[in-house]
Design a protein around this ligand. Structure first.
Ligand code: 13P
Length: 257
């Protein structure tokens, strides 16, 4: 973390878990465990149908609401899609794009991820852009090359002012939902490279202003060590974000340093 130059962000990704009716009880329990002073922004990204409940309940606990996906289209005949305007209208401040589960199960390409990020920026929502290598890529020593490519593709056409509103989440695919966390050194090495890519594209000032998160089996036990790394500015948390006490422990872990 480097709080001097950029925000620390702890974001949960509820994926397709929980129900809208579960939001209020969750936040009430979270409130009991949350540290009194806060050293980071806290956001819970949920399916769109839960965002209004999250906005309402989250106010009490300084938790912002976020989406998990967005349409690249602004409006029109796109049955089933949810636009950035709709997310903004119900109070979402953040939205995940390019999660590996969407890339895999919905065949989302890097250029689609880029279009979605731009759609969000146009409506004042901060995109949380996910990148990450597969185990095969890591074993073939292709991690850095692939991550650099993904970051460049996701940021294509985004200008130097807008990039500071983007959040990049490094989520190695092999660490998601597997209980197999990247070591702090592995995670820092890639997050540092992501910042170097942004520096090459936008210069040093922008690079040091962008928050880069780590995601992949981050939990109450390993969060502090990961967050102690200079280029890891927070976490994107799946499983542990569904447990109020664990999520609050991760938030508390940002108080170090
Ligand atoms: P887990 O924390 O469950 O590994 O999920 C990480 C993730 O995919 C967050 O987007």
């Amino acid at each position: 973390m480097n709080r001097k130059y950029r925000k620390t962000v702890i974001a949960g990704n509820w994926k397709m878990n929980q129900l809208a009716s579960g939001v209020k009880p969750f936040i009430e329990e979270l409130k009991e465990h949350m540290p009194k002073t806060r050293s980071c922004d806290v956001v819970l990204c949920t399916p769109a149908v839960m965002i209004p409940a999250m906005v309402k309940a989250g106010k009490d606990c300084r938790v912002a609401a976020g989406g998990e996906d967005v349409s690249k289209f602004e409006k029109g005949a796109y049955t089933g899609e949810i636009s950035a305007d709709m997310l903004a209208d119900v109070g979402a401040k953040y939205c995940i794009v390019g999660h590996s589960e969407r890339r895999e199960y919905h065949h989302e390409s890097d250029s689609l991820v880029n279009e979605k990020a731009k759609a969000l920026l146009a409506k004042g929502i901060a995109p949380i852009i996910c990148v990450g290598e597969s185990l095969e890529q890591r074993e073939k020593n292709l991690t850095m090359e692939y991550i650099a490519y993904q970051v460049c593709a996701a940021l294509s056409g985004i200008d130097g002012t807008q990039v500071r509103r983007c959040i990049i989440a490094y989520e190695p695919i092999w660490a998601i939902g597997t209980g197999k966390t990247a070591t702090a050194e592995q995670a820092e090495e890639v997050c540092c490279e992501i910042r170097a890519v942004i520096r090459r594209l936008y210069g040093a000032r922008s690079a040091r202003a962008v928050s880069i998160l780590y995601g992949g089996s981050m939990n109450a036990k390993n969060a502090a060590e990961l967050l102690a790394q200079p280029d890891i500015d927070g976490g994107l948390i799946g499983g542990a974000s569904l447990k109020p006490a664990d999520f609050a422990t991760i938030v508390a872990a940002t108080a170090q340093g």
